[in-house]
Design a binder for this molecule. Structure first.
Ligand code: ADP
Ligand code: MG
Length: 401
């Protein structure tokens, strides 16, 4: 971990520069949190939105929050924001009023009637079918709730939905503190990394990560590949993968990446040993396996100890590390060691360390290392798209600085 403040450039207007006193501000947050009944299991995303909420309240704004939660089909009550409202009230130490819907007269009345001290949270934005369709009518109704719009939902910024993009066409639109920091930290890795730049990619699917792989082939000094992804690379090299998870579509992509890596200064490293198991289960029969050819009837479920050591060495020597995707099936104890070794190396690295991806973040948290990296992105898909160099509709829609 390095010290220092936020890096990177950001071309959009910040909420810090908005005139908000006495005004009603609609803030798109990412409160898409895991629930167990009516309990919020992990409130990381709620905590991450607090700085923007606190800033707005301190400056005399009335705050109206909106987020999606899960994938409702027909306003399932289990996907109401009520549990989030309760948790937010505790974290913000404020009265949180849950509006009875997303838009409409009843919601407007609640917003108008709420005291300046209260925070209004409207219902799950995906209760409205127009949300994902980016319906212009819904965008106008959302805009009618407030005087000003702030987007702090980095995790949803890669989606052009009514609450992330459509509404921004109707109100003065600013970036929230979290969204701004996310964009700065992630773009700095890509555009101005301290070298050597080491990118560690893992997880289940090559097709999810191919854009990032290709982008970093031209930028990174070291590209380390673990997770189930590596088996598409092995298949592309004609190596047996047994019953390992292989994405057929990924094999051709991997072949292409290997060819391009051969011509590029970027060093691409694949595992040299594995931990194999006879099935995807915590009580699977399992063993360390020299080499990477997986025997019939076995699956590769983690990188092996020599690979862990090699990857850790490269990570520790890096000026900048970007890590996305676990090295193995870390949820299963026998196959967690590779991910733990990489997580510990990233946490202990002297360079700047940035981690993206829901499962990688969960792994860091499970190992108690979440506070030991420089930036832990709250956005899975959004962080990958930004790293690929793609524009995020939820960011583009904001006012230029
Ligand atoms: P992230 O959310 O950090 O981007 P992904 O969603 O791409 O990560 O991948 C995480 C999943 O990949 C985990 O559920 C993990 O079990 C799985 N995984 C990693 N390595 C393997 C493997 N060798 N075999 C099967 N699954 C794997
Ligand atoms: Mg994931």
């Amino acid at each position: 971990m390095s010290t220092g403040t936020s890096r990177g450039t950001f071309a959009k207007a910040s909420v810090r520069d908005a005139e908000v006193e006495g005004r009603t501000v609609l803030v798109r947050v990412d409160f898409n949190v895991p629930l167990d009944g009516d309990r919020v299991v992990d409130d990381t995303r709620i905590r991450a939105a607090l700085p923007t909420i606190v800033l707005l309240r301190e400056r005399g704004a009335k705050v109206v929050l909106i987020s999606h939660l899960g994938r409702p089909k027909h306003r399932e009550p289990e996907l109401s924001m009520a549990p989030v409202a309760a948790r937010l009230g505790e974290l913000a130490d404020a009265e949180v009023v849950l509006a009875p819907g997303v838009v409409g007269d009843d919601v407007r009345k609640v917003v108008a009637g709420a005291s300046a001290e209260a925070i209004v949270l409207v219902e799950n934005s995906r209760y409205e079918p127009g949300e994902k369709a980016n319906d212009p009518g819904l965008a106008r109704e959302l805009a009618a709730l407030a005087d000003l719009y702030v987007n702090d939902a980095f995790g949803a910024a890669h989606r052009a939905h009514a609450t992330t993009e459509g509404v921004a066409r109707h109100l003065d639109a600013y970036a929230g503190l979290l969204l701004e920091r996310e964009v700065r930290e992630l773009t700095a890795v890509r555009d101005a990394p301290r070298r050597p730049l080491c990118v560690v990619l893992g997880g289940a699917k090559v097709t999810d990560k191919i854009g990032v792989l290709e982008a970093f082939l031209g930028i990174a000094d070291e590209l380390l590949i673990g997770g189930a992804m590596c088996f598409s690379f092995f298949r592309a090299q004609g190596i047996a993968t047994g019953d390992s998870l292989v994405e057929e579509e990924g094999i051709a992509l991997a072949r292409d990446v290997l060819a391009r890596a051969a011509d590029s200064p970027c060093e691409l490293r694949l595992p040299e040993d594995l931990v194999i198991g006879d099935r995807f289960s915590a009580d699977a029969e399992h063993r360390e396996h020299d080499g990477v050819a997986v025997p019939e009837g076995w699956m590769g479920l983690d990188i092996g100890p020599q690979t862990s050591e090699a990857f850790a060495r490269v990570v520790k020597a890096a000026g900048t590390v970007f890590w996305n995707g676990p090295m193995g099936a870390f949820e299963l104890a026998p196959f967690a060691a590779g991910t733990r070794a990489v997580a510990e190396a990233v946490a202990g690295a002297e360079g700047t360390t940035v981690v993206g991806g829901g499962d990688s973040a969960a792994a860091l948290a499970a190992f108690g290392l979440a506070d030991d990296v420089d930036w832990l992105s709250t956005g899975g898909g959004a962080s990958l798209e930004l790293m690929e160099g793609r524009e995020l509709p939820g960011v583009e829609a904001l006012r230029d600085a």
